[in-house]
Structures are given as C-alpha cells and as structure tokens.
Design a protein around this ligand. Sequence first.
Ligand code: GLA
Length: 684
Amino acid sequence: MANPDAKNRIVFALLALALLGALAASAAPRPTILLGAAWYPEQWPESRWPKDLKLMQAAHIHVVRVAEFAWSRLEPREGQYDLDWLDRAVALAAQYGIVTVVGTPGAAPPAWLTQKYPDTLRTEQDGRKAQHGNRQQGSVTSPRYRELCRIITEQMARRFGHNLNVIGWQIDNEYGAFSWDDETHRQFQDWLRERYGTLDSLNLHWTAEYWSQTYSDWSQIPMGPGGNPGLALEFKRFQSAAIRNFQHLQVAAIRANSDARQFITSNFMGWYDAFDHYTLTQELDLASWDNYVGSGHLEPFHNGMTHDLTRGFKRKNFWVMETQPGFVNWAPVNNALDRGEVRQMAWHAVGHGADAVSYWQWRSALNGQEEYHGTLVGADGTPVPLYGEVAQLGHEFEQASDALEGTSPAADLAILHSYESRWAIDGQRHNRNFDPVALLFSYYKPLREILQQIDVVSPTAPLAQYRVLVAPGLNVLPEDMAQTLIAYVNGGGHLVLGPRSGMKDQYNALQTARQPGPLLPLLAARVEQYYALNQEVPVSGSWGEGKARIWAEQMKAQAPDAEVLLAYGESNGWLDGQPAAVSHKAGKGRITYIAAWLDDQLMRGAAQWIVRSSGLTPALGPVPDGVEVNRRAGAGKEVFILVNHSKTPRSVTLPRAMRRVLHESAEVSAVELPARGVEVLRAR
Ligand code: GLA
C-alpha cells in the first residue's frame, strides 16, 4: 500500500475491530455482589458443559472458579501443555453470562511430577514423606517445587492473562501444609542469619545461655516449633515468609503476563494460624476465605468475627471463595443447614463486607474423596432441593446491585488482632483453656451486639479512624508498636488492653518492665502478678458483678488519678481486694487495662462502658433479640442488611423511613422479618 496514512487508518480500523470483538466476547455486566460456584469441567465430558452452564445461568450464578486441582489435565506430560480445554470452558461459560476465576494448580501436582521429582514431596513432622493420591503433597520450601509451580502458572497466565472473561486468579488452595526436611531446616537457619546478622545477637535475644542453648554455628540451630520461645516465634515468622515466597513467584508470573484488571487472591481459612495472613495478603489484591460451618449451624457472632477478620486483611471488601451448599463431608456429623439458612448465611456474609459468595461445589465428581459433599446439582446432573434457594439468592444479589455498589462496612471501633501474640500465648498457654481467639471473641461479641459494626485489624493498620482500639491479649508488644499505641492514646484514642498484654518483646522474651511493659507510664498502673485460675474468682465494680475465670492478674495503681474500675473479691489471698481493671486518662485520650478473663455479664458491662465513655453510637439502634444489623456505606449510600438469626419472626421498627431493596415498595418505617429472614434497606 503506497499511502502511509491510508495504511495507518486500516491498521487502526483493524485494531478497533479487534477491540470491539474482544469486548463483545466479554461477559455481560456483573452485579456488585457475585454468586459463584466451584466448577470442575475437567471431570466431565465436554458435551455435558452446556447443560451445567445453562443450569448455572438459571440459578443466577455469575462466576465460576476453575482449575485449582487440574494440573494433570493442564500439563499431562512434563512441558506439554494442554490449556485449550480450559480456554473452551471459559469461553463457553461466558456465553452463559458467567465469568471465571482461574486457580493455579499447586495444591494437586500430577503423578508424573511426583514420580520424577520425589524431592518435591513434603516431609511430615514425624519424618514420613507425603504420598501421591491426596493433595498438598508438594513442599512450598522445595526450590524445585516452587519453580514447577511458577512455570505452570506462567503458562496459564500467558493464556488467560488478557482474557476478558477471566476476572481474577486464585493462587494455590488453602495454604498451610509445611515440610520438615533438611532443605527447609537449612532455609530456616539462613533466614535467621539474615535476620539477626550475628549469632551473638541471636544468642542474646533468645537468652541462649539458658539450658546451654548458645549457638556457635548457624547450622546448630534446630527447627521449631516448640523449644525456646524465641526460636518458636521466629519459626512461625519463617513459615509465613516461606509461604509468601512460594506465593510471590506465582503472583509475579501472573502480574507479568496479565491485565491489571484481573485480581489475584488466595483462599484462606479464617482463624487458621500456620502463617501470618497480613504478611501473605500484602501482595494480593483481594482477600478471600472458605466459610464452612461443618457440624451444627451458623453461629452469627463467631462467623461474623471471621468475616471481619478477613475484611481486615486488606481493609476492604472480600470474597467468600467457598461455602457449603447445605453440608460438607468432613465434619463429625455432616448435617445440612436448615431450609433458608444458606441464604441467611450468604446475606450475613454480604453484611460483613463479602462481595461474592461462591459454593463449593457445583456438582460432585463421580468418584474421588469428596463424593458425599453438598452440591447444587446431583450426580444425575439435575438440581438438588437447595438449588432453588441459591437461585433466589443470585436473583436477590442482582436486585441489590445498585444499592450496594461502592459500599462497605466501616466502624469507629477496632479490635486489634496479632498473630505474634497468638503464637506466643499458644506456645505457653499457662492455662490450657486460654485460647487467644476465644478471648478476642469475649470482647467482640458484646461490642458487636451494641455497636452493630466493628473492624478487626492488624497491628500495623492505620488507627486514625478509630475512636477506640481494643487489644485483648496483646502479649507481644515490640517497641515500634508500643510507640504507635502511645501516639494513638496521646492523640485522643481510647486503648483498651486485655489480660496478658505487654508481657513480651519482639523476640518473645519477657519485657523488663512489668506489664503492660512500655505502656506502663501511660497506664499509671502495673501488673503485680499473673495467676492461672482453676476456679472462678468474684469480681465487682463499676461494670457490675460477676466472675473471672481462666486468668487473673493482680494490678496496682501507681498514681492517684489511675481509676480502679473493678476489683477482685475473696480468692487466693493474693488477688483479694486488688484491682482487676484500671483506666487512666493520658494525653488527649485514655488507656484501660482489663486484667482478667471476665464472664459474659461483666464483659457486657465493660462493653457498655467502653461505648458510652468513648461517645460511640450503634449503627442503627435497638433491634429485637436475634436480629443482626449490618451496615454498608459509600458512594453516597447507606444500606442496612438485617438478618433474623432466630427461628421465629421478628418486627423491627426503623429509626427513619427506608426503602426495601428486595421488594417493590415505597419507603417503610418498620419491617417484619420471618424466621431466618433477611431485609435489605436503603437509608440513603
Ligand atoms: C476445602 C477445599 C475444597 C474442598 C472443600 C470441602 O475448603 O478448598 O477443595 O475440599 O474444602 O469442604
């Protein structure tokens, strides 16, 4: 072509056409909250796919997660990739208006890989090698395994990184399985060398003179957990770093080959503590978790706290990447959730900030370890009874799309959650009943009940937005965190510490100041002694009367303006009449130390005082027993999601007129919630 302008015009026209074509190939607009399912097209003949996808479309399913266990189909022989089938599955799903999240398959390596590279297998803690035939047999610390996972991820990213129907990635599946082999041990020693620089420093901080642990060579250091508390805490940090490195190679491979619009996540497991989730989520775009009840039924406060924990990983809305369609197959009794409970549980999640709820799984494989698990269609490929409830939910997500777009939960009070403190306490519980998550919950529940919104945040989260920060059991208090907390109180915040706070430094060594260590001057009171309790101790004061159990610390005020809020009654002699909670105004703020594990009644009193003295107000206002209030706001909107967790109807009077989002109606000032009922209300 002679005319360069004409040539350019044609090139532009072709590019525009290609772009339009790509856009046309992309899925229809998606609602704000997505309904999803885990789909395993590799387990079925391709001729079956359209039927499944049609049924999914009819159930208002908007997203499928695929391929996280499909390595043997994606790479049937080393270096021979077959991604075409997955490409076809993604394209076909799009024809039914369904977008895809692609999982990287590291949790299920193929048999040829295990056979050819036995060094990739994990070693269990008892020295046995993991076998093929289950999953997670690959070692995240094996350099070869990491590289093999990176390569398959890169292949997948090259194929799907610019596919408009692929909206995101899930790295691996439920990390946590670790290896106890020599290579891992060496890596731990190298990691320590990097961290401490010299053995003198390590020996000093671990008080290695104790029991002749002094190390004169890095190779002498054993591998945790257990043993020296300094070592045990470092081992957990190392585990977090090792899993992060494993993850990072795959994140980097995807980022280098994909559009920025595709998110990267990994599916976590609530309070599971094999690694620091804040460390792992740093480089992810989105946090997600697998929300299973197992035996029993939805426990709204427990489950809500776990949603709030997950929202805190990235301090933004999250996904429920997996949840049970009725029942699981791994609990002691795999009872089904009641009729209506699956919907109740999904809206509960959305109320806490979930932007997607995805069911595991769509349909059971005809064989394999999970034949009995709940599904949305049966082995015959037709809907199970729950299908209709889930279809209703998907429809409701669409109805609520405009109202919820741009909204998320927000709170004035945060609970501080520290993996390091949990690890430190769990390593030396002193009272076997001292479960740090249960302690957190004893604060969360009454505060959530009153305030109807709470954040759960990491020790490094920005604190400026919070009027109150509650840190139950902040056992490990490194100097920099202490400085942040001092600045927070001086700046006007109210810091509430629970028992065992401020006892350890960053090396899991005892602080040289009595608890709360570096915060002692701020509190103007200190812990004289701690006691593991084998019987209840009476406690009374301005929050009412009740009992301490599990743990009690004897406190002593060190200044006349330190206010004693609670005192112990007659007990072991040491605690009798001594302060059990002290509060002190400091700078523009306040610090309070609650020195015992208090019963529910006293915790309610404590929560009421915390809320009142800090001038906080509930999100909505009084509601009948069993009704949970959730609030999502943003983009000029305010939406309340009310969930009736009880088995009988409830009437709720609203403080002002609101619009019922799931119903065609004018504004209402009261709503009737049936048993397990849900109401989505737009206040603004
Ligand atoms: C986990 C896994 C899934 C599946 C479900 C069953 O969460 O991620 O692959 O095994 O459990 O409940």
